[in-house]
Every structure is written in structure tokens, then in C-alpha cells.
Design a protein around this ligand. Structure first.
Ligand code: UTP
Length: 295
């Protein structure tokens, strides 16, 4: 049984990089092939043993909230017309009774502020945070890997991956004290450092296991970069008191909060589907040839 039972899904961001689509569709509802981003995140949490799912949502995200609701009329229609495959496809959207709680973040005041909304629901236990726009593709879910590693380490744990030095200013970066296998103990975390000032190239990715102490820390934290309450700053402030470990997960990460990352993820997931792969890759080849001819 997992010792991490609760996961927070901050889904209140505005998704401005996906405008105009996100004018009326929550970013987390953009599909990779035929499943929305939020489905991949929830599946990864289930695989890690999560039992309580806490969405920190916002106004205008109704489609996301409805997605995990029952759709009685649709199900009855599919049943009546014998569309059993389509009906079965809805199975992944069902949550056990009481397992999903949806909170509202009144204003987008940052990731730290979003996580803080869940304080009363978390209580005194360690919990996970999953950012659905970071999609990690691999044989085993990244959060399940982290839950296993966290058992022996405790404290705060953040998913990390190596990035090119030129890109450190896009991430929270770990200042590494020492490393052992997939684990890197942190001396600190720096939010979006310039490449020449970055203490390492180990970037924090959107999976966290946090000691509940972070919630008190967020209460007293001042706004950081962009005037937002930064989760990275709160974790950094806990380095001495709680301890912070980076976990180098196995898997391929896609930044689906960016158009480039999203398009690449779509291709990767389509190519790994037996029913789509052959025709899709032939189409890509044909398209590239046509472009070369035009150029
Ligand atoms: P991003 O930095 O990707 O911001 O948030 P965003 O608003 O979603 O997207 P852009 O930059 O405008 O395109 C990282 C994660 O934190 C959540 C987002 O929903 C996303 O999962 N978040 C961010 C909140 O829940 N609340 C906030 O106030 C800010």
C-alpha cells in the first residue's frame, strides 16, 4: 500500500500559451490522441496508489470538472445503441465515490498559492502534487517511481531531469549537495537562474511529494518571481528543516504547457499506438517529402 494517499492537481492556470484555444477550453482538456492531459495525470496518480484526488480549479474550467462526472444520458444512449466499445472507453473517467474534490483558486496567484488552497484537505500527511501539463511517458509512472523512492528518504521530493544549460532560465534548478543513483540531495533550489549562474542543470519537473510542513511555509511566504507565490521558493525555504531530494525519474517528459512540447507529445503517443503507428508515420514521411519538394 502506498504511504502517499492524496494528490493535488493544480489546474487553475490561465494557459495563455494556448490562446485562443484556452479561451473556452481548459488547457488540461487538450487531448493527446484521444485522452485529455488530465486523464494521463489521473492515471499516473492511480498507478502510484493515490486514493484522494484534489483539483485546484478556477472559473471557466467547467469542462474539466464535468469530465470526471457521470454522463448518464450519454451512457444510456451508448448502451441502447450497442456501442459497447465507446461505453467501455468512458471507464477511465469514473472515480470512486468521494474520491474527487474540486476547489477553486479565486485568482491565479501562482502555483504555491494553488497548492495552499488544499491545506484543510491535506492535514498532516505527506502528499503528491502533479502538474498535468508535464506529461511523462514511460514503462512505469513517474509518480509511482517517486513514491517508492520517497519511502526510504522522506522530506520533500521533486522530480528532476537534466536540461541543456542554455535552458536553465525556464526551470527551477536544483543546487546539488550529493548524488546517489537516481537521488540528488539538495542544498537549495533556484527559480529560473541564468545559464551562467545556474548551480546545476538538474531541472525540477511537475511531480512533487511534499511533507505537510510546506503548507505552513506557504502561509508565511512572500510572493516571488512574477509577483506569484512560488512553490519552488517554499520548498527552498524548507531545505534545512525538512530536507529536499531530487529524483531522476525514468521516462520521457513533454512540456504540454508549450505548443512545441504538446505537438511532440501528440506525435510520440500516436506513434506508440499499434492501431495508429503505421499509417501515421507513413503520413509524416509523405508530408516531409512534400515539404522538401516545395522548398
Ligand atoms: P504555468 O506556469 O504553466 O501557467 O502553470 P499557466 O497559466 O497554466 O500557463 P501559461 O504560462 O499562461 O501558458 C504551471 C501549473 O500550475 C498551475 C497551472 O494550472 C499548471 O498546472 N497554476 C499556475 C495554478 O493552478 N494556479 C496558478 O495561479 C498558476
Amino acid at each position: 500500500m502506498s504511504h502517499i494517499r492524496k494528490a493535488v492537481f493544480p489546474v487553475a492556470g490561465m494557459g495563455t500559451r494556448f490562446l485562443p484555444a484556452t479561451k473556452s477550453i481548459p488547457k488540461e482538456m487538450l487531448p493527446l490522441v484521444d485522452r485529455p492531459l488530465i486523464q494521463y495525470a489521473v492515471d499516473e496518480a492511480r498507478e502510484a496508489g493515490i486514493e484522494e484526488f484534489i483539483f485546484v480549479s478556477a472559473a471557466g474550467k467547467g469542462a474539466l470538472e464535468d469530465y470526471f462526472d457521470t454522463a448518464a444520458a450519454l451512457e444510456a444512449r451508448l448502451q441502447a445503441s450497442g456501442k459497447t466499445e465507446a461505453l467501455a472507453a468512458l471507464g477511465v473517467t469514473r472515480m470512486p465515490e468521494g474520491a474527487l474534490t474540486i476547489l477553486r483558486q479565486a485568482q491565479p496567484l501562482g502555483l504555491g498559492h494553488a497548492v495552499r488552497q488544499a491545506k484543510n484537505l491535506i492535514g498532516n500527511e505527506a502528499f503528491a502534487v502533479i502538474l498535468p501539463d508535464d506529461v511523462i511517458k514511460g514503462d512505469r509512472g513517474a509518480l509511482a517511481q517517486m513514491v517508492d523512492a520517497h519511502r526510504g528518504v522522506g522530506g520533500h521530493m521533486v522530480a528532476i531531469m537534466d536540461v541543456p544549460r542554455a535552458q536553465t532560465s525556464m526551470y527551477g534548478i536544483l543546487d546539488v549537495k550529493d548524488e546517489a543513483g537516481a537521488l540528488a540531495r539538495a542544498r537549495g533550489l533556484v527559480e529560473k537562474p541564468r545559464s551562467d549562474l545556474a548551480p546545476s542543470t538538474k531541472a525540477v519537473i511537475g511531480r512533487y511529494i511534499l511533507d505537510s510542513a510546506i503548507l505552513d511555509r506557504l502561509d508565511t511566504l512572500r510572493p516571488g518571481a512574477g509577483g506569484e507565490l512560488q512553490l519552488t521558493d517554499a520548498i527552498n525555504a524548507d531545505v534545512k528543516s525538512v530536507g529536499v531530494t531530487g529524483y531522476m525519474f525514468e521516462g520521457q517528459r513533454f512540456d504540454c504547457g508549450s505548443v512545441q512540447g504538446y505537438v511532440q507529445a501528440t506525435a510520440a503517443f500516436a506513434l506508440s499506438r499499434a492501431d495508429l503507428c503505421e499509417e501515421y508515420s507513413a503520413f509524416i514521411d509523405r508530408s516531409r517529402k512534400r515539404l522538401r519538394l516545395v522548398a
